[in-house]
Every structure is written in C-alpha cells, then in structure tokens.
Write a protein that binds this ligand. Sequence first.
Ligand SMILES: Nc1nc2c(ncn2[C@@H]2O[C@H](COP(=O)(O)OP(=O)(O)OP(=O)(O)O)[C@@H](O)[C@H]2O)c(=O)[nH]1
Ligand SMILES: [Mg+2]
Length: 452
Amino acid sequence: MNFINEDIITAIATPPGNSALAIIRISGKNCIEIADKIFIGKKPLVESDSHTIHYGKVIDESQTVLDDVLVSIFKAPNSYTGEESVEISHHGNPIISQQIIALLLKHNVRVAEPGEFTKRAFLNGRIDLAQAEAVIDVISSRTISSLKGSRNQLDGILSEYVTTLRDSLVDFSSLLEVELDFAEEDLEFVSRNDLISKLEEIVEGITNLLSTYSFGKVITEGVNVAIVGEPNVGKSSLLNKLLKESRAIVSEIPGTTRDIIHEDIEIDGILFKLFDTAGLRSTSDKIEKEGVTRAIEIIKTADVVLFVSDLENSFPDSIYTQLTENCEIERIIKVLNKIDLVRNSTIFSDIKISCKTGEGIDTLLSLLKKKALHGEIYTEKTAILTNVRHFNALYKAKELLEKAVGSIKQNYSGEFISVDLRSAENQLNEIIGVVTSDDILNNIFSKFCIGK
Ligand SMILES: Nc1nc2c(ncn2[C@@H]2O[C@H](COP(=O)(O)OP(=O)(O)OP(=O)(O)O)[C@@H](O)[C@H]2O)c(=O)[nH]1
Ligand SMILES: [Mg+2]
C-alpha cells in the first residue's frame, strides 16, 4: 500500500514552553528541497545521504539568522511516515519555533493535523492501525506497566496474534468458497468436522485474547479504589496513610469528610486512583446527604471497594447491603481498622490494619494489587488487549464464528457459513486496519497531539 499525498506538512514535535531543545518535523515529497530554502549549512541537504545530521543556520528572506540548528534528513521510504522527512532541532524557545514554522508556511508547507505524521505512517504501510494506536498510548502512559503494555502493542505483538487468527480463518473461508463454486458437483473440499474444530480453535484464540482485557485496562487506565464505610472508622486516615501525606482532614468528629477526595498512587508500576468518601449513614444534614449520594456514585464505578470498619462498628449489615446493591461482592475488601486498640480481635475481615501504627498497610497494598489484577500477570511477550475498539471487534468476531459453527452443525448450506466467516474476518481486519472506514481513522487520529 502506498499513499500518495502531495502536501508537505510541518509541526513542532516537542511540548510548548522553554526548553534546551525543540524539534520541528517536516514530512512530504521533496521536503528536503524546501528545508534547503531556509537553511544554510556546509552543503545543500538534497546532496546529502539519508539519515545524516547537518549543522547550520536557519535564515529568513532577509538573510537574518533565526537560530543555529541541527537538521536530520530521512529519504523515503525509510522514515517514520514513509515519506521524505526532515527534523530541525533548535533552541527550545517557542518564539524561534514559531518563526521557523512561519518561514516554512511561506514555502507551500502546511501545518499538520493532530496525529497526521502517524496517520501517514499507517497509510504508507509503515505500521498497522493497532500499532498506530499504540503510539498515542506510549506517549501518554503514566505508569511503567501502562508503558510496557503500549510498547508491547507498538512492537506488533497484538497485531501478530490477530493476523495469525485472521490468516487461518481466511484459509478456511477460501476453501469453503471454492467449494461453493463447484456446488453443482457436490464436492466437499473441507470436511465439516475439520472446519468445526478449526473454527473452535480460532474462537478459543479469540477468547484467550479477550480475557486479557481486564488486565489490559488495569495497566492502561489504572484501578479505581473507593474507600467507604461508616463515619469515623478511619477512611481519611487510610487515604493519608496510603499517600504518605496528610491530604484529607482527620478528626474524631463523625462526618468530617463530606466531599470526594481523589488522589493517585502507584504500586509496583500500576496506577491506583483512590477516592476517600463521606461516611455512609442516614443523616438530615443537607451537605452530608449529598456527600453520601456522591459516595454511592463512586462505589458504582469502583474496581475495588475498601469497606473500612473499626472495632466498635464492625461491618454493619445495613452498609454491606448498600454496597452490594451498587457493586459486585468480589470487588469488596473488608478492612478492619484500629487494631492497635484491640490486639486480638476476632471480628472477621479480609485484612486487619492500623492507620495509627501502620500495621497491615503493606499487606493491604499487596491485596489491593492482587484484587485489581484478578491474579493475572502477563509477560511482555504476550498479546494484551488494552483498547475498547479492539475488544468490541474481537467480541463480534467471536459471536460470528460461534454462529458459523452452529450453522455447520445444523448442516446449513455453505453460503450462510461463508458470509459469517467473511464478516468475522472483517472484524479482525478492522483491528489492524486492513479495512477501516474514514470515520474510524479520523476518530483515532484526532486523539493525537499535533506533531505526532
Ligand atoms: N487508635 C486509632 N485511631 C485511629 C486509627 N485510624 C483512625 N483513627 C482515628 O479515628 C478518628 C476518625 O478518623 P478519620 O480518618 O477522620 O475517619 P473517617 O472514616 O474519614 O471519618 P468521616 O470522614 O467522618 O467519615 C480520628 O480521630 C483518627 O485519629 C487507628 O488505626 N487507630
Ligand atoms: Mg473522612
């Protein structure tokens, strides 16, 4: 596939603000010639080899020097976009960047749209769509685990997995279609039993990939943790202890916290979004009531709920029912706090802690991590699903294949089966971008920053 685009695009590829260096990117046919128009070095850039760096000066129409720069040149197709490209590394002052961009715009170059460099890399076949989507994740990852997940996708591990599934599906669809071409001769090119077992194998492959999604979501989006319970049990104390700072007000007066307090922590490379909430109780206080309503909303969206209780108020049924009405039981961890007050408490809980002495906090952190990951840890070599678009496509592919298996078992004619197999194939192709509508592409690349 080669995508023909005559436009030469440019953008600043580094963040706004003052820095040691900033980089301007240019991409498009003959852009090295354009760069020569604003650059003076030892020799013209067009006469230089690909992948070389040149020291020189950027000058405007009146021969005024705008900056000393280093220019890297890349000849097609060996560049990020697959097109002829130039990178101008200059002093990191936004005024200089703007001046250089303004100069380029006078030479028939236009400002790139968000993600346009990566879009061109995809359209020119340098990377597939899943890899292009991984680029944005690599840039925006906030934790090591999230970065590893997107790196994995950028390296093409997911694409390879999906392509293998797609290829074996194509093999069978083709055989079935040849068979349809010879329908009158009543030939069976592929045994129905073989077809069923092969399709079931593909379904299993898809199911395995789908099952990595919860892990993928955890590493890319982080884990929402709601800290809930009756007033005064030590919820805010727990938040502070986990953050290792005095973030929320703690007092002996029940009903201290009325709003949601949100802070993030990282445990072993995974992002945990902590939400301290108002104590759950029925109250006539208007503000506290609103606090309780907000706490319930947080519980609904939480991946893990830390149900905190203390020795006096141990896990009242009324609150537990309120929790289970708003979240699944598996998400709840019963945390008994203040065990410094009674050493040998026999009250049942998943974990016993003291926010005062710090006892049990490390164990709570491990439990939190275990709960969030559902015990699943994938290696860097495994395909991991992190993107909802990919999840939906795989899910639809799986449904179509299961339908096809059903049709074969019912002895339906090959045409019915073939249609479903082709639709499943299309779903898999959408992930890697073999067939993709403009809407999907625009949607994906609009999320990028300019310059990428
Ligand atoms: N002895 C002891 N006291 C604790 C412990 N944790 C919290 N406390 C005390 O319990 C009281 C309530 O603590 P908070 O953290 O404000 O409780 P909360 O659940 O956030 O309360 P509300 O915001 O009112 O719902 C404070 O006086 C804390 O110092 C603990 O582990 N041991
Ligand atoms: Mg509180």
